[in-house]
Write a protein that binds this ligand. Structure first.
Ligand SMILES: NC(=O)c1ccc[n+]([C@@H]2O[C@H](COP(=O)([O-])OP(=O)(O)OC[C@H]3O[C@@H](n4cnc5c(N)ncnc54)[C@H](O)[C@@H]3O)[C@@H](O)[C@H]2O)c1
Length: 309
């Protein structure tokens, strides 16, 4: 990749000490960006910084937790103090606290909301004024297929990760007039995130031989990193979109609105009407992908044949 994809850009990668985050740091550093390697596990953050520096790259470590406002501000300050700039944020820090729904305690829910939702919210909010001021910014929200498509055994994680999709969409709207592009990522890679705490019932639910087939293909974090590099680079032109990346597969994931069924009037609609039309209501044919809420309302107005404007 040409260095012009990043110029002298500075990128913060949260949870950058292990797994996917480590792969993002190494890829971005190789591509020319200066990296703040943030991780609450100081030893692994230091290892990644050493690895980048010994390959001739620029990196600084930060050991703050993303989950507090002070921690998030301090991560951003590290970028500004060490490199005098900040252009991109990869909100990757994460963990799991798995269990079947009835076993999930308020503390397990808080852990997920803290690291995923509050963490990504706070770090991005701390970076935002700088990005607005310079009229340029790139943000990646690391969501998950575990949230957007979901599975049993991690309802707290699913709720938090799906929440990041909403955060991505809302910030992409607010950022567009300031040159700030915000996208979401749904990665797949073999890491240690669930090693000590497997998602109950998940592996058993896979079709026979699927995991073996995927493992034979290989699920390295390095196969996800180029997508992240693109999304935080100057080459990126898209915003408010979500991308699946893993095993060398890259695809857009989107929320769509079906053709639906329209009642003749807004009064007098009965449960019976819904029951009779539920197949039309559920039908996926003719779906469209509104970008933002007004686009969805416009689509509804068109479907109803309303005149406006
Ligand atoms: N591995 C996958 O297939 C997969 C799939 C979908 C989503 N994800 C998401 O990708 C991200 C990275 O996952 P991974 O698989 O590389 O996991 P990982 O456990 O290997 O790495 C996560 C890193 O985040 C750090 N971290 C945790 N809490 C933190 C905090 N409060 N502040 C700063 N750092 C913190 C950890 O110390 C760890 O080094 C996570 O957000 C995860 O939910 C992973």
């Amino acid at each position: 990749m040409a260095e012009s994809y990043f110029g002298d850009d500075v990128v913060v990668v949260t949870g950058g000490g292990r797994g996917l985050g480590r792969a993002y740091c190494l890829e971005l550093a190789r591509d020319g960006a200066a990296i703040v390697v943030n991780d609450v596990a100081a030893d692994v953050a230091d290892d990644v910084v050493r690895e980048i520096e010994s390959a001739g790259g620029r990196a600084a470590a930060s050991y703050d937790s993303v989950a507090t406002l002070e921690g998030a501000r301090s991560i951003v300050d590290t970028a500004l103090e060490r490199f005098g700039a900040l252009h991109g944020v990869v909100n990757n820090a994460g963990s799991m606290a798995n269990g079947m729904f009835e076993e999930i305690t308020p503390a397990m829910l808080d852990r997920m909301l803290d690291v995923h939702v509050r963490g990504s919210f706070f770090v991005t909010q701390a970076a935002w004024p700088r990005m607005r001021e310079q009229g340029y910014g790139r943000v990646v929200m690391v969501s998950s297929s575990g949230g957007m498509f979901a599975a049993s055994g991690h309802a707290n994680y699913a709720a938090a990760k799906a929440g990041l999709y909403g955060l991505c969409k809302a910030l992409s709207w607010e950022g567009q007039e300031h040159g700030i592009l915000v996208n979401a990522l749904l990665p797949f890679a073999e890491t240690t995130i669930a090693a000590a705490d497997p998602v109950p019932g998940l592996v058993e639910a896979f079709p026979k031989g699927l995991l073996e087939g995927l493992s034979a293909r290989g699920r390295p974090p390095e196969a996800v990193a180029p997508m992240v590099a693109y999304l935080v680079s100057r080459a990126c032109t898209v915003t408010g979109e979500a991308f699946c990346a893993g095993m060398g597969h890259f695809a857009r994931v989107f929320v769509a609105h079906g053709r639906g069924w329209n009642a003749a009037d807004t009064v007098g609609i009965t449960v019976d009407d819904i029951a009779r039309h539920v197949d039309e209501i559920r039908d996926l044919g003719g779906h469209r992908v509104p970008k933002y809420l007004p686009d969805e309302l416009e689509l509804i107005a068109q479907s109803l044949g309303l005149e406006y404007g």
